[in-house]
Write a protein that binds this ligand. Structure first.
Ligand code: FES
Length: 568
């Protein structure tokens, strides 16, 4: 029997399917639809507008353009709202809520009748959440991003969120600029709707979604406020209406390896590692691990000259031809037979994009960074792995031994980091414990521990920092992140004490605590009997309790165990 389509699919159970369809049509006719409209294929559109999400402020225009595309192809568009997450408007962190948005997306896509779905997202956690949900629902799905914002100008200097936010804030902390100037910068950093205009997490996810094959080629980079963005939206709607494959038909190990290659070549956000692991965890039998990132990293050069690893902005990448220019350059390193959303292979789809002279995507022969922009470290301090963006740190720190200066929580760090008596110097290693998936909770982007004020004022611009948390994709520095297992579940990071020697060796991919194994074991035993024995306050109700009980470690993408393809 052919699968039911359009409004006939997924009927509410009243014990009488014909009555259920009659009732459904009667209700939706209340919104003014005709039988002609209701007899067509349905394309659902996930609408993530929110007054709390300025990155998605162009959503109404995008929605209209997608609807136009769907109708041009003769289908019926029906939009529906889901949770929307913005980085600055999500307490305690947007990461804490990513899995909730993924559940919302999955269940709404599954619950409502739709032959295909257009997922409109953009701000950091929204695209991963939508992909995770859509893969689990396995309805034909296509991703549309809201697009990057444009740049502003401060006293003649081009600025954009959010690498420049951090750069100017560091200068303010160091006393180089005053309150008036930092306020003036704040007026220029976000001059339009759209996602952060550098290669932060949102841009990274947009680019690798194209590489995964689940977003149309050429769709990641057009600016949020431009006419090309609207044409991309219209085309996306049209594609969805004419028939697209299911995520399980598009996504394969080859497409994920292509995505990792692009992640490395763009100098993408470290957050994308967690998200890609979570997205891949939703695909049955894929088994993507941190080692895949390191293996692919060793052969992949950094080619795209965008902040924070380089110097340009997303609008420059767009003018340089965007992701298709990069994919064409990366051809020898890609699986060109991987499928894309149009049903074409990646190689065939790329034929439509002819290379032209530009200066943002470097040739393979002249990379910005030769290989391994992002590395996976292991050792007795991170048995399950940790990551480091090697392309965005000062090179003298790549092999470094230093004394630990330990903060036991984000609050402890905030209380003491600027204390003039803090026992720290430029060679110290700042260790921040208990900001992992469970610890904070929600794995905040506090891993980018600020340089202590007294050192910043003395001209120190980078130091080694280690934590079980994350850092913003727009940040840079010698910051070891995602240490797993985290301190809050008894990981060895929790055993580090002030003054311990730590050795970081990027070339050897090593993260080592120079303390006898017996002593580490003794400290962890002490943690079990005293710290755990006293018990951290475990949440008892609501989403927080669910999160606390079910979240996986960073090496598994911090998804919930029961949401992975295999389930619990
Ligand atoms: Fe939304 Fe940066 S805050 S993309």
């Amino acid at each position: 029997m052919a699968a039911l389509t359009g409004l006939k699919a997924g009927l509410t159970n009243y014990g009488d399917p014909d009555f259920a369809l009659f009732l459904r049509k009667a209700f939706i006719k209340g919104a003014g639809y005709s039988d002609d409209a209701l007899d067509r294929r349905v394309v659902g559109i996930a609408d993530t507008r929110s007054g709390y999400n300025p990155c998605h402020a162009n959503m109404p225009a995008l929605l209209e353009a997608v609807q136009r595309g769907v109708m041009l192809a003769g289908a019926l568009p029906i939009s529906f709202p889901t949770i929307s997450l913005h980085e600055s408007f999500a307490y305690p962190t947007s990461m804490f809520l990513r899995n909730l948005m993924a559940m919302d997306t999955e269940e709404m896509v599954r619950a409502a009748p739709m032959d295909a779905v257009v997922l409109i997202g953009g701000c950091d956690k929204t695209v991963p959440a939508q992909l995770m949900g859509a893969i689990s629902a396995d309805v034909p799905a296509i991703q549309l991003v809201v697009g990057p914002m444009v740049t502003g100008s401060h006293r003649g200097t081009r600025v954009g969120a959010c690498t420049d936010c951090r750069g100017y804030w560091a200068r303010y902390r160091a006393g180089e600029i005053d309150l008036e100037e930092i306020a003036a910068v704040g007026n220029e950093l976000v001059p339009s709707a759209g996602t952060c205009g550098v290669m932060g997490t949102a841009s990274t996810m947009a680019c690798i979604t194209e590489a995964l094959g689940i977003a149309p080629l050429g769709s990641a980079c057009p600016p949020a406020n431009g006419s090309q963005r609207l044409r991309v939206a219209e085309m996306t709607g049209k594609l969805a209406a004419t028939g697209i494959p299911r995520p399980s038909e598009v996504l394969s190990r080859k497409s994920f390896e292509n995505a990792i290659t692009v992640l490395l070549a763009i100098g993408g956000s470290t957050n994308a590692v967690v998200h890609l692991l979570a997205i891949a965890g939703r695909v049955a039998g894929l088994n993507l691990t941190l080692d895949d990132f390191d293996i692919i990293g060793r052969r992949t050069p950094l080619l795209v000259d965008l902040k924070p690893s380089g110097s340009a902005y997303m609008e420059d990448f767009y003018r340089a031809g965007g992701v298709p220019t990069l994919l064409n350059t990366l051809r020898p390193l890609l699986h060109l037979d991987a499928l894309t959303i149009t049903g074409q292979t990646l190689g065939a789809a790329l034929e439509a994009f002819k290379p032209f002279p530009q200066d943002i995507v470097r040739p393979l022969s002249d990379p910005l960074y030769p290989a391994a922009a992002l590395v996976v470290l292991r050792g007795n301090l991170a048995p399950l792995g940790a990551i480091l963006k090697a392309s965005a740190m000062m090179s003298h720190l790549k092999s470094h031994k230093g004394r630990a200066c330990v903060f036991t929580s984000a609050d402890d760090m905030l209380a003491r980091i600027d204390d003039p008596n803090l026992d720290v110097d430029k060679d110290s290693i700042l260790v921040l414990q208990n900001i992992g998936p469970v610890g904070h909770p929600g794995m905040p982007e506090a891993g980018y521990t600020p340089i202590p004020k007294k050192l910043a004022q003395a001209g120190v611009r980078d130091m080694l920092r280690i934590s079980d948390g994350r850092m913003s994709g727009t940040a840079s520095g010698a910051v070891v992140l995602h240490v797993a297992p985290e301190a809050a579940v008894g990981g060895p990071l929790g055993a580090v004490r002030d003054g311990d020697m730590i050795h970081v060796d990027v070339e050897a991919r090593r993260l080592h605590l120079d303390v006898e194994e017996d002593e580490i074991a003794r400290r962890l035993e002490e943690w079990k009997t005293h710290v755990k024995g006293r018990g951290r306050a475990r949440p008892k109700r609501g989403y927080k309790a669910l999160y606390d009980q079910r979240v996986l470690q960073a090496d598994r993408g911090a998804d919930f165990d029961f949401l992975t393809a295999e389930g619990r």
